[in-house]
Design a protein around this ligand. Structure first.
Ligand code: UT7
Length: 335
């Protein structure tokens, strides 16, 4: 079975910038608090006429261009999102239509901030088994429409964006010259702890609590989070899953060249890196510019690192992400 390779990456961030100073006008917060507690300086906000699939399409076009793959050659589209354009059909179906990817079957994966990592793992299975030749994986999120703009605990954290990856089977002979080790996705490790669902959720809008005027008045259709508990859990969980995905391939953190991580909070990342004994310089950081873009943040980071020339052929990348569910995981990729 040949390994899945990442043939192209792309990202898109809406043009409108919301700074910490802008948020000081909305809620009782300060630039200093947000920077010191999270590392975020600004985030992007989609234009009123932009929906999640529009962001996803822009990121996808960049990834397809880099991969040299035409939309009509795609066999599969998986979008990780919890803020689709509408409850149904899937965001992926809308992306398929907008790209003109007529041959691709398409579906969404709901794993919140771990959405792109879950989508990557799902698509990897299809590619490795030979069922599809070209897969598009997207993480796209428009969280500025899901946050409660009167809740300072959450509204300062999130932003909008999309990231995409084009996958395909690597040639069986494609080994990195230095180590003769296979390139591509080496392992993925996905985890879920559903008993912690209350820690981070959007209570209304589903079958349990449908959207009614009363529920909207009570802001139940907006995101709620127990940040402290999520923080505590996230550090332990990401360390364990990263060790597990490296271990599955007989590797250890010392062999990691780059960390491409979901960007929720700089302090979470620093704590994880410290426990794994991976130098901070190995982790691509962009949350100061975009805030927490949920499922978009991992593929956006990968694309930025790639376009900045940071990723060299044969480098080992540890990916990690965690979000509502709790759902989290890690992946190890040799570039
Ligand atoms: O995307 C995946 C899932 N999400 C995450 O991974 C997020 C995880 N959690 C976090 O990043 C952090 O817990 C937060 C950034 C959300 C909060 O940071 P914290 O250091 O855990 O702060 P806290 O919740 O313990 O709050 C400390 C204080 C509180 O005031 P009191 O009770 O000590 O008087 C809060 O009310 O900070 C207050 N506070 C704020 N102050 C100014 C909370 N939000 C703000 C704010 N501006 N925006």
């Amino acid at each position: 079975m040949s390994r899945t390779q990442i043939l192209g990456t792309g990202s898109y961030a809406p043009a409108r910038v919301l700074t910490n100073q802008d948020l000081e006008q909305l809620v009782d917060t300060s630039d200093t608090w947000i920077r010191e507690r999270t590392g975020i300086q600004e985030r992007r906000q989609a234009a009123p006429d932009e929906a999640t699939s529009d962001l996803a399409v822009q990121a996808s076009l960049h990834a397809l261009q880099m991969a040299g793959v035409a939309p009509e050659d795609l066999d599969l589209i998986v979008v990780g999102t919890v803020t689709p354009d509408m409850p149904m059909p899937s965001c992926a179906a809308l992306v398929q239509a907008k790209l003109g990817a007529r041959r691709a079957f398409a579906f969404d994966v709901s794993a919140a901030c771990a959405g792109a990592l879950y989508a990557l793992s799902v698509a990897d299975q299809f590619v490795r088994t030979g069922q599809v030749k070209r897969a598009l994986v997207v993480g796209a999120e428009l969280l500025t429409r899901a946050v409660d703009w009167s809740d300072r605990n959450t509204c300062v954290l999130f932003g909008d964006g999309a990231g995409a990856m084009v996958l395909g089977p690597g040639p069986a002979s494609d080994d990195s010259p230095e180590t003769m080790a296979p390139r591509g996705i080496l392992s993925t490790c996905l985890r879920t702890e559903g008993s912690m669902a209350d820690l981070l959720c959007i209570p209304a809008g589903g079958s349990r609590t449908p959207v009614t005027a009363d529920n909207v008045d009570a802001n139940l259709h907006k995101l709620k989070m127990n940040g402290k508990e999520v923080f505590r859990f996230a550090v332990r969980a990401l360390v364990e899953s990263t060790q597990a995905s490296l271990g599955a391939h007989g590797m250890h953190p010392g062999q990691v060249d780059h960390v491409i991580a979901h960007q929720a909070n700089l302090r979470i990342l620093e704590a994880v890196l410290q426990r794994l004994e991976i130098p901070r310089e190995k982790c691509w950081l962009n949350l100061h510019k975009y805030g927490n873009t949920s499922s978009a943040s991992l593929p956006m980071s990968l694309d930025e690192a790639q376009r900045a020339g940071r990723l060299k052929r044969g480098d080992v990348i540890a990916m990690m992400a965690i979000g509502a569910g709790m759902a989290w995981g890690s992946a190890v990729v040799r570039w």
